[in-house]
Every structure is written in C-alpha cells, then in structure tokens.
Design a protein around this ligand. Structure first.
Ligand SMILES: [Mg+2]
Length: 476
C-alpha cells in the first residue's frame, strides 16, 4: 500500500499533497477489503488502540492535522451536521432558531448530546451523500479517455438504491420522483421546478475526489451531472457544483473569504460543460443566463463585502440567533432558507465565514436556524472537517454516529484515490443496499456502555419513521 518515494509519512501528508503528480488509481476486481480496522492511512497499519487514537480530538489546534483525517472527518462530520440539523425532523422543520437553541440548552448542549440512534439518525442528506461517495469509490479511476459514463451509471444506480433507506429520513419529493426516472438513463428531462437543495446536500464528497485546482473540469462534470440526475435545473445542480467546490477549496487551504468569489469565477466552466454535454442544452443555458444563481450569490457577497475575494467579511454589529434567522429567510427563494440550490451552500458558507473555526459557533449558525437546517449543516460540517479534521469537535457527537464506519470508509477511499498510486480494492465500501446501523443504543448518555454496544455490532436496526405527513417536503 505504501507508494514509494513520494508517499510521505502520514504526519506529512498535508505538506506532500500538492507535490504529488496527478495519478490514476487502478481498482482491483473486488474483494481485497480495505477496512477501517486495517489501515488508517496508506502508511500505517492500524491497531485497535491506533483506531481509538485516530479519534483523539484533544490535540493542540495548532498541530497539523493529517490529510487522511481531514478527508474522513469531512465525511463523518457531514453526517453529524445532518443529524444535528435534522433531529429526527424536529429541528429541520422548526421555523425558529430561538426555539432550537432553547431546546439544545435543555438537552445539555453540544457536549452532552450523544448523536446516536434512535434519537439522532441521519436524514436523506447523508444517505444520498454516501451514495455519491460510494459510487466515486467504486468507480475508482478515470478511464484513459476520461469517459465518465460508467461513473454516471453507478451514481444513478446508487441514487435509486438508496431510496430504500429513507424510512424516517424525510427525503425530498424531487429526489424521490426523479430517481424513479433513472432506471432507464442517468439523464432525466429538464425540470423547471428542480431548483431545490437535494443535489447540493449530497455533493461535498465530489470535492474530496477532485480536490486540486487542476481538477476543476472533472469536479464540474461530476458535480453538474450527478446533481441534475434529480435536480435538472441550474439553481439545483449549481448548488451541487458549489458544495463540491467549497470542499475542494477547504482541502486546498484556500482562505474561506475567497471561496464565494472564486466559485462565481468558475461558473463559466459549468456553462461550457452544459454545452459540451449536449443534453437539454437550450433550456439550461437559457435558464442559467437568466442569472438567478449568479445574482443571488453576487448580492450576498456584496452584503458581506467580499465580492472581490480578498476583503474581510463584515457582519452586522448585532448578529444573534434572531438576526441570523432573518438573514436565512432573506436569501431564500420562497421563505425557507437553505431549501434551494443557491442558498444551502450560501448559508453554510456564511456560517463558515462567521464561526472563526469554532465548531459550536458553526453548529449554531449552520444547523440551528429557522431554515432547512440539515442541508446547510451537512455542507458546513463537511467543509469544517476538510479544513480541521476532528479538531474541536466533542467526540460524543461523532463516535456513535449512524453510518459512521461507512462514512469513514468512504473518506478513506477518496483519500487513497487522490493521494496514492497502485491497486486498492473497495468491496467493503459498497454496502449501500444493506445499510449498517450501529444502534440503537440505550437511551442514555453512558459512553462506555455505548462503546461496548457499538464494538459488539449489536442491533442492526434502521429506525422507523416518526415523521408527520408532509415532512418529506425537505430538499425541494
Ligand atoms: Mg434531510
């Protein structure tokens, strides 16, 4: 697994990343399992103790976080952001940030909540994000002629399949209805009402698969094409592009204040891809030229004073929970902030700009507000993990997260695909049809007991729905 001279010690991956030439992986036929228990990075085998140490988030914040951890944290924390923002539908569909913060306080705050089944399941966002990531991992490499047809077919199959795992997760109707069209082709008709956030909420891992500046064409192709498999409208699939791009910027270490302007400067690449693809070109170009996505982002960046990509962002002097609720609503398409392709990444980005790398503040701004809080939380947390690893995140929030191991495996696979050379196999990654749920644990905060249950792999249960009718209005 170690890859010769340019495969550096895991503590130096960050330093070595951009020195590496771009390499293509070869995906072996199937069953050399690449389990999390076997390696933590390409350089080291991993013991149980090392696995525990991997989650040691007590490290000095100034210490360099290994790039392998940043990839895995991006995946795992995205699930945390989703589960916290969702809270079994209670907080996703709560229209008051003040109410959510009050209930959070009654639960003991972020340091007391144990994010685990049955109370804190992940929602549709994570299930579809895993589908994207596992398709990317299974695809593995680019074909010699850069034909992505097999990847797109894989993505379509994963999206269809993951709909069997939506009980209690409030899937958006656009995703539900569009995946019914995917069985015959990964290309669905243009949808004038396909501007919801369901494409953006599942795209972050595309930025992990194509993390380098020179990967922009691939990131655009996969971001746009995977997005319009369900949300075939520029507002929808440009949200997918933006979420993926922001994670790639996080991996690159690009200053957060520059992300919005840089994203706008790459929109022409999306337009070029749309024309080259030959699918529904006229509708897409006409709608994109109407400029809703670009105009909304330009207006927002002007509001923060960062349209130039270099200035420091400015926020109102008083910018508490109530004021942020007003902001979330103000940038929305129809009043529910974060429910569209343009404002889900926008609200996540605003939280990243304002949190100063403080995890609790990021949660407050991106997951506990009046809008579509799981979809803004899933994007913001993915970016946080890509920048900081697990640093600063209480372990009770991620250690027992539903699908934690699948998220870790996917992050590891994407790391290996982008940082190593040679043959890896990923059969254990592709378990989308048989969800693994490490719970439900007892309704207790006793971490030792929870650890024991998870390690014994008990109770492979998927929670039943407790949603009210109509809750599926998420991810429009
Ligand atoms: Mg959701």
């Amino acid at each position: 697994m170690v890859q010769g001279d340019d495969s550096v010690c895991c503590t130096n991956h960050l330093k070595g990343l951009y020195d590496l030439p771009r390499k293509h992986m070869t995906l072996a036929p199937s069953n050399l399992l690449l389990r999390f228990s076997e390696v933590c990075c390409p350089c080291h085998s991993q013991t149980d103790q090392e696995r525990e140490d991997f989650f040691d988030v007590t490290m000095d914040a100034s210490q360099e976080v290994p790039m392998s951890q940043r990839f895995q944290a991006s995946m795992v924390l995205s699930g945390v952001g989703d589960a916290l923002g969702y809270y079994h539908g209670r907080w996703e569909f709560c229209n008051s940030g003040k109410t959510i913060h009050k209930e959070l306080e009654q639960l003991g705050g972020l340091k007391k909540i144990v994010v685990a089944l049955p109370k804190w399941n992940v929602s549709d966002d994570t299930v579809m994000h895993l589908a994207t990531a596992e398709a990317l991992a299974e695809w593995g490499c680019e074909s010699p002629d850069n034909d992505k047809t097999r990847l797109f077919e894989l993505l379509a199959r994963k999206y269809i399949s993951c709909m069997n795992d939506m009980n209690g997760r409030a899937p958006g109707m656009t995703c539900v209805n569009s995946t019914r069209l995917l069985s015959s082709s990964y290309q669905i008709p243009f949808n004038p009402r396909g501007g919801g956030c369901g494409a953006a909420m599942r795209a972050m891992c595309i930025g992990l698969r194509f993390p380098r500046p020179e990967d922009i064409d691939d990131l655009v192709a996969v971001g746009v094409e995977s997005g319009r498999m369900t949300h075939h409208h520029p507002t929808g699939f440009l949200g997918s592009f933006a979420a993926a791009l922001f994670v790639s910027y996080a991996i690159q270490g690009k200053p957060v204040k520059s992300w919005g302007a840089a994203m706008l400067s790459e929109l022409h690449v999306c337009q070029e891809y749309l024309m080259k693809s030959g699918h529904c070109v006229e509708e897409n170009i006409r709608t994109m030229n109407n400029g809703y996505f670009r105009d909304a982002w330009t207006k927002y960046l002007q509001l923060r004073g960062i349209l130039d990509g270099t200035s420091e962002p400015t926020f109102p002097n008083v910018y508490g929970v109530a004021e942020r609720d007003d902001f979330v609503k103000s940038v929305s398409f129809d009043g529910w902030g974060g429910a569209s392709g343009h404002d889900a990444p926008m609200i996540a980005y605003d939280a990243l700009l304002g949190c100063g790398n403080d995890w609790a503040e990021l949660c407050s701004r991106s997951m506990f507000h009046s809008g579509d809080s799981d979809s803004t939380g899933v994007i913001a947390a993915a970016c946080y993990g890509a920048m900081n690893g697990f640093t600063g995140v209480p372990e009770n929030l991620f250690r027992h997260l539903e699908y934690r191991d699948r998220l870790l495996n996917a992050g590891k696979a994407l790391y290996l695909l982008t940082h190593t050379d040679g043959v890896i196999t990923l059969a254990d990654i592709d378990k989308g049809d048989q969800p693994e749920s490490p719970g439900p644990p007892p309704d207790t905060g006793d971490l030792d007991q929870l650890k024991s249950m998870v390690s014994e792999g008990q109770d492979q249960t998927v929670v039943e729905s407790s949603e009210e009718p109509g809750a599926g209005a998420s991810s429009l």
